[in-house]
Design a protein around this ligand. Structure first.
Ligand SMILES: Nc1ncnc2c1ncn2[C@@H]1O[C@H](COP(=O)(O)OP(=O)(O)O)[C@@H](O)[C@H]1O
Ligand SMILES: [Mg+2]
Length: 371
């Protein structure tokens, strides 16, 4: 058995109605098992389990083949896997984190990025990265959308600044032939819808009802469909490793169903190996060049974003490849999923995607200055 690593790692997740009382149980189990291998103290907890006046947290850990509930000291490192659903939910988490901060200093394994607009603005400032960003502005309403459509070939893509899983995205299209406005989209529960409006004004009014109070981005609509009309993108997972250095864990294509607008796995997409998929679309030579470019960009983005947002540990970067073979950076996720690797049978990347957060947490704990 390795020497115990000084310090504890708390994995912060959301509550669940069961069978275990927290989300991502499979991922959490694997994290605990890897931690055990290095004799690290790792446990799972939810915001409501932290109480003022108490200096222990009732958490779960996976030991010798089963889940055990016990009391744990406050964490030295928090791996934040809590996905806020709304402001109330977010406040619950903030309350928990301020209770923790007041009692025991901790560091985040990785930071959450502050929404798609802040990330876009930071990336725009890099000469090397900016050419791969779709033109994007903050959505302000109908007048702006009408102007955009007339100067961008009659098409636009709208996405919420804090969206995930392709939910609440919209593709807006007008044609010169008539005054009709066509909208394809994904609802809040990720179902696909289509609407045709007899005139633009009705369409714009409806779009504003859909966007509501949410902040939206208005973006150049990209032709990201395969020859089978499946929208696809390439997800790259970048993570820090056991030496605290960024490394590319793996990449996979995600393709949505025909004409389904988004490629996210949560919206019904399927993962594929990158080279065979791209090879079928654009030929092997071009595909190898694209993979090379995507790798270069992926290696550049993490440390660049760290210079703006502080220390990070893992990022999921979504790349689009359009019909002309041009690469686009669609978004950067600070709480990436990792199921695409096991879906395509890339077990090495699947394993590393789970090991890396623990390896990096171990690196952080071991490099702490000793009292
Ligand atoms: N500008 C765009 N034009 C066409 N399709 C897009 C565009 N931006 C995103 N998409 C599609 O929508 C999906 C979701 O967009 P993304 O920006 O990754 O937001 P999120 O995954 O957080 O909902 C992408 O994976 C891609 O399939
Ligand atoms: Mg995405």
């Amino acid at each position: 058995m390795n020497k115990p690593i000084p310090g504890t790692v708390g994995i912060l997740v959301d509550e669940s109605s069961g069978p275990l009382p927290f989300t991502e149980p499979d991922f959490c189990r694997k994290l605990c098992m890897i931690g055990r291998r290095y004799n690290m103290a790792i446990y799972i907890f939810c915001p409501t389990w932290v109480h003022s006046g108490k200096n222990l947290i009732p958490g779960f850990t996976y030991e010798n083949g089963s889940w055990i509930k016990k009391m744990f000291p406050f964490p030295d490192i928090i791996y934040d896997r809590f996905f806020s659903r709304d402001n109330k939910h977010q406040r619950l988490k903030q309350r928990c984190l301020s209770l923790l901060t007041d009692n025991h200093p901790f560091v985040y394994l990785t930071r959450g990025l502050a929404g798609k607009w802040a990330v876009y603005q930071a990336l725009c400032k890099s000469k090397e990265i900016a050419p791969y960003l779709p033109e994007t502005i903050q959505y302000t309403g109908a007048i702006q959308l009408a102007d955009w459509l007339s100067s961008h070939g009659g098409e636009a893509f709208l996405k919420p600044q804090h969206g995930t899983h392709g939910k609440r995205t919209l593709h807006v299209k007008i044609t010169n032939m008539d005054d009709r406005l066509r909208v394809r989209g994904r609802s809040g529960n990720n179902t696909i819808f289509r609407r045709i409006f007899r005139n633009k004004a009705d369409g714009f009014e409806w779009i504003n009802k859909i966007t509501g109070k949410r902040n939206y981005l208005l973006q150049q609509y990209l032709q990201l469909n395969s020859s089978q009309e499946e929208p696809f993108d390439i997800r790259v997972l970048m993570q820090k490793n056991q030496n605290g250095l960024w490394s590319l864990t793996g990449m996979a294509v995600r393709a949505g169903r025909r004409n389904s607008l988004t490629s996210n796995l949560h919206g019904g997409g399927t993962a594929y190996e990158v080279l065979p998929f791209l090879g079928r679309e654009l030929g092997t030579t071009v595909s190898n060049e694209l993979i090379h470019l995507i790798t270069q960009l992926s290696e550049r983005i993490p440390s660049y974003l760290e210079s703006y947002f502080g220390r990070l540990a893992e990022l999921g970067i979504d790349f689009g490849v359009d019909k002309e073979g041009k690469v686009w950076i669609l978004e950067v996720n600070s709480k990436p999923g990792r199921s695409s690797f096991s879906q395509i049978g890339d077990m090495k990347s699947a394993r590393r995607s789970i090991e890396n957060p623990i390896h990096y947490a171990r690196y952080l704990l071991l490099s702490r200055p000793r009292e």
